[in-house]
Ligand binder design. Structure first.
Ligand code: ATP
Ligand code: MG
Length: 557
């Protein structure tokens, strides 16, 4: 699916109209993560949307760290977020920005509201304030501190700023309307005391602006034309607009909302992902089982696959749950087209070709990809001893089993036809070796006797290969809605989400595999070398996704 073949979504239409009617001359968007965790697949939807619209309309997209809460934010997250946005293939406009860059200006604007009689210092405790706020059905009541004079408010706010008040002792509130049907307009808090250092501003401040007092004003400072956020901010929009109207801001941004991404079998909440990390259910934010961009990258997802997925799911204003199969389809589709092929035997069984000269090795050539001529051919060392997959041999089998059977033939992929003559067993009766003969006249052609083998199996040289460890991942959760319906999502963690195979044997070329470069291990799935674990001698390969395309099949039913 390409953008050309897809009808425009509501935001594309809206921007087109804004441009056509001259309401906006230059499209400017922003992606505003809070640096309190790593980015996940939900964020990718927002990134593709914001950067995508800027690209489409010849505008700009800023990266702005929405860093108003020093308690939960860290520099580590800032760095990881930048890496992930770049990796997805997007370039932000100029330097990365921080809401905290504007703390001085926001402070001045708070003073502006106080002087205009539109903000006051309120001494109600959090508990009392809740009581005064009212409910969805009942209006709130005015705070007893609402009518303080401008002078008194200025003096008290100054004290707040100077650290002369305790946390929770008072706050600065906008004076709007305690009877407003929208609770966000009932004198919302715009500044709180937090005696805490900030990762950008150090200990300069002990009062911090609220999200609502920050976001729209930063949009205005940056000249954002379309401030796009998720639907839960719809109720904040009247406050967004009130602040823009009542402050001497340099531009008039407007907020638009779209539906968040929800994926089945997945959680996309930073808080929950953090819990998985902190409680050791996974091995860090970049664990290949995590739906974080850094985890998916390690797992072998490509930026293209994620961007295609975001394109496929579209942008709407109604909440729905997307099938994780769509994401799997998207990576499989990209890797099928672009990943070089390779062979890797997961559970090796030794094969000896009794009529192949001892000590001899020849180099066979195999295509890098069935249709991509630009991917280089591979060299496959072939000799007297090989490994095949344990499950690709049986002493006896019915006709449906199209692999190697005692007394029958099979073709070795990209190589010769072999014939199984004998099995060697250990004391426990397990097959440890298969003695075969090889038809050296069968390379790239049918055997001379006209008896064609039924199947093709993969193999590697037993002498000249790379030993490796293979990690097979399954879904992190075994429940399609791990965080719905009052469930504890931790109870839904799939206990079999990782299987580690050691002593696997891969074709020699994979010794040079770069981390995160995807390969199709023929007959097996898509894999990439892990960027964290493994050594030069024994690399670790992560299974990105299996070969089977269950989602597309489902769609075609
Ligand atoms: P979380 O619930 O994971 O903590 P958040 O909204 O608090 O998410 P932010 O760092 O504030 O996280 O998000 C940055 C931007 O990404 C916001 O504009 C937010 O709306 C958007 N975003 C976050 N999660 C999703 C999602 N699941 N789908 C689409 N956009 C999302
Ligand atoms: Mg947020």
């Amino acid at each position: 699916m390409t953008s050309e073949s897809k009808p425009a979504h509501f935001l594309q239409n809206l921007i087109r109209e804004d441009l056509a009617e001259g309401r906006v001359s230059q499209v400017a968007t922003r992606f505003p993560p809070e640096p309190n965790g790593y980015l996940h697949i939900g964020h990718a939807k927002s990134i593709c949307l914001n950067f995508g619209l800027a690209q489409e309309f010849g505008g700009t997209c800023n990266l702005r760290f929405d860093d108003t809460n020093p308690a939960k934010e860290e520099e580590e997250f800032v760095d990881a977020i930048k890496r992930d946005v770049s990796w997805l293939g997007f370039e932000w406009n100029g330097e990365a920005k921080y809401s905290s860059d504007n703390f001085d200006q926001l402070y001045q604007w708070a003073l502006h509201l106080i002087k205009a009689g539109k903000a006051y210092v309120c001494d109600l405790s959090a508990e009392e304030a809740r009581h005064y706020r009212g409910t969805l059905k009942e209006p709130g009541k005015n705070s007893p501190y609402r009518d303080r004079s401008v002078e008194e408010n200025l003096a008290l706010f100054e004290k707040m700023r100077n650290g002369e008040m305790e946390e929770g002792q008072c706050s600065l509130r906008a004076k709007i309307d305690m009877a407003a049907p929208n609770i966000n307009l009932r004198d919302p808090i715009i500044y709180r005391i937090k005696k805490m250092a900030h990762h950008q501003t150090g200990d300069k401040w002990c009062i911090y602006p609220s999200y609502d007092f920050t976001h729209g004003q930063c949009d205005a400072i940056e000249g954002i034309s379309h401030s796009i956020c998720t639907l839960e901010f719809e109720d904040h929009k009247p406050l967004y607009d009130w602040l823009i109207e009542n402050l001497p801001v340099p531009s008039r941004p407007r907020q638009y909302e779209f539906a968040r991404l929800h994926l089945n079998y997945t959680v996309v909440s930073k808080r929950k992902l953090k819990q998985l990390v902190d409680e050791g259910h996974v091995d860090g934010w970049d664990d290949p089982r995590m739906p974080t961009l850094s985890g998916m990258r390690r797992r072998g997802f490509t930026p293209t696959s994620i961007r295609n997925f975001c394109e496929m799911i579209g942008v709407t204003r109604s909440d729905s749950v997307v099938d994780v199969g769509m994401l799997e389809y998207s990576i499989r589709d990209d890797l099928d087209k672009n990943a070089p092929r390779a062979m890797c035997v997961m559970e090796p069984l030794k094969v000896t070709l009794k009529n192949y000269p001892e000590g001899r090795e020849e180099m066979l050539s195999a295509p890098g990809h069935p249709v991509r001529d630009d991917l280089p051919a591979r060299e496959l060392p072939f000799g007297r001893t090989l490994y095949i997959e344990k499950e690709d041999f049986r002493e006896e089998a019915n006709k449906k089993y199209k692999r190697l059977v005692l007394g029958k033939k099979v073709r070795l992929r990209n190589a010769y036809v072999i014939f199984a003559e004998e099995v060697v067993k250990n004391d426990a009766g397990e097959i440890v070796e298969v003695i075969c003969s090889v038809d050296l006249d069968s390379l790239g052609k049918d055997p001379a006797d006209g008896v064609k083998p039924k199947g093709v199996i993969h193999w590697v040289s037993a002498v000249n290969n790379v030993e490796c460890e293979v990690r097979l991942y399954d879904r992190l959760f075994n429940d399609s809605a791990p965080d719905a319906g009052g469930k504890n999502f931790l109870d839904c963690v799939n206990p079999d989400n990782l299987q580690i195979l050691k002593g696997c044997k891969a074709e020699i070329g994979l010794a040079k595999a770069a981390p995160e470069q995807g390969y199709q291990f023929e007959r097996n799935g898509y894999f990439c070398r892990d960027s964290k674990y493994g050594s030069a001698e024994v690399p670790v390969f992560n299974r990105t996704i299996g070969l089977r395309d269950s989602w597309a099949k489902e769609q075609n039913k």
